[in-house]
Design a protein around this ligand. Structure first.
Ligand code: PMP
Length: 424
């Protein structure tokens, strides 16, 4: 049944005056969303990029249920528990960053990283104030995360409340882009000039900016950013909220790019997409500056649900699933490639690009590029009629499916896009 928008709900990123009626989902099954009415839909964007092993995965369900029967929550300032300790050891091992700080979502994981970076300088008696971020960035919707993100429609009402940030261009690239060297050189020059001012931290989404339009940069660019950042003594923060846990074809985008951040923000796929949780990983060198007798050295930050045992159990189960079958994410790019190559021939497609599980392109359409470009909703509607749930970012169409999607389902996604392009 198609419902009118509920009188007691206020949904995210939704203008209620014009929003289409929301459909009620009753269950999930792998890559499929089962609706109260209508055929199952392929969740081709992993429900806002979180669902990793598919919906209603029985291994994940059992891990969460088992933990719920034993311990659902405990105050983490005074106690610890085995699922949290196990997760800390495992994440420390795969990120190379020794300390894990828990929060609740991607935005808070970023907030914590920024606070740690700023306080790290203060604790060492050398306060630094400048934060550097990239054009087009998206780091979340809380105030600090908004401040480092690109200023736009979403942040406009709060502009006067957001701390200043120095910006560097993001030299995004795509297949057969012959201008990438020039764009990278120009961006690196601006970064170098910007870093003349003492800088607390540089924050970036490694290899892939998500909400900014699924734009990708080359690993060699990130390695040059890292080199300049470290030469300037600034901390490097990798926001891997989207790119972590196999999304980009490796465990982390930083790892694939060959960079070693000092701080890393993680969420979304952390719990396999089953429960809300964020973590900020920090190097031991960062952590050490917070240790001492002076209370001012303490990181006075914490959340009620810190290290929620259900979230930790889900995260541990998700890591086990990834470890048992790493080819599921390592080989995903090869599954996309021939289909994207075929689609790239379509006259409505430009700037095709691919990274791990994420395939994207821009629509060749009129209108201003950006989130409000009307072509996106048209493609979304047509794809939905063909059993595929997409959520284009303006004129940017992308697929970001769960790892469990079958070959037939993935093909259906590409066919639905092809049909939508033909009808545009
Ligand atoms: N950072 C990145 C790179 C993201 O993609 C997102 C969410 N799309 C966030 C941070 C914020 O995460 P959350 O929505 O969980 O607060």
């Amino acid at each position: 049944m198609v419902l009118q928008r509920h009188p007691n709900l206020w949904p995210p990123f939704t203008q209620m005056a014009s929003a289409a009626a929301a459909q009620r989902v009753t269950a999930g099954d792998g890559a499929l969303l089962l609706r109260e009415e209508g055929a199952p839909l392929i969740d081709a964007i992993s429900s806002w990029w979180v669902t990793l092993h598919g919906h209603a995965n029985p291994v994940m369900a059992e891990a969460i249920a088992d933990q719920a029967r034993r311990l659902e929550q405990v105050i983490f300032a005074d106690f610890t528990h085995e699922p949290a300790e196990q997760l800390a050891v495992r994440l420390s091992g795969i990120t190379g960053l020794q300390r894990l700080f828990f929060s609740d979502n991607g935005s808070t994981a970023v907030e914590v990283a920024i606070k740690i970076a700023c306080q790290w300088w203060a604790n060492r008696g050398q306060p630094r104030h400048q934060i550097v971020a990239f054009d087009g960035a998206y780091h979340g919707d809380t105030f600090g995360a908004m401040a480092v993100g690109e200023r736009n429609l979403f942040s406009a009402p709060f502009e006067d409340k957001l701390f200043p940030v120095a910006r560097v261009p993001w030299p995004s690239t795509w297949w057969n882009d012959d201008d990438v060297d020039r764009k990278e050189t120009a961006a690196l020059q601006i970064l170098e000039d910007t870093l003349q001012t003492p800088t607390a931290a540089v924050i970036l989404e490694p290899l892939l900016q998500g909400a900014g339009g699924m734009t990708m940069v080359r690993p060699e660019f990130l390695r040059e950013v890292e080199r300049r950042t470290k030469a300037a003594g600034a901390l490097l923060i990798a926001d891997e909220v989207l790119t972590g846990f196999g999304r980009c074809g490796d465990w982390f985008a930083s790892r694939r790019a060959g960079i070693r951040p000092d701080l890393m923000a993680l969420s979304k796929g952390l719990t396999g997409g089953c429960l809300p949780m964020g973590v900020t990983m920090a190097s031991e060198a960062v952590f050490e500056a917070f240790i001492g007798d002076d209370p001012n050295l303490t990181l006075w930050h914490g959340h009620s649900f810190t290290a929620n045992p259900l979230g930790c159990a889900a995260a541990n189960a998700s890591l086990t699933l990834l470890e048992q079958n790493p080819t599921a994410f390592q080989n995903f790019e090869a599954r996309h490639r021939p289909q994207l190559e075929a689609l790239a021939q379509h006259p409505r497609v430009e700037r095709p690009r691919l990274l791990g599980t994420v395939a994207a392109f821009d629509l060749v359409v009129g209108g201003t590029a950006g989130y409000l470009n009307p072509a996106g909703p048209t493609v979304k509607r047509i794809a939905m009629e063909h059993g595929v749930f997409l959520r284009p970012l303006g004129q940017v169409v992308y697929l970001l499916p769960p790892l469990c999607i079958t070959d037939a389902q993935l093909e259906q996604c590409y066919e639905a896009i092809q049909t939508a392009l033909d009808q545009l």
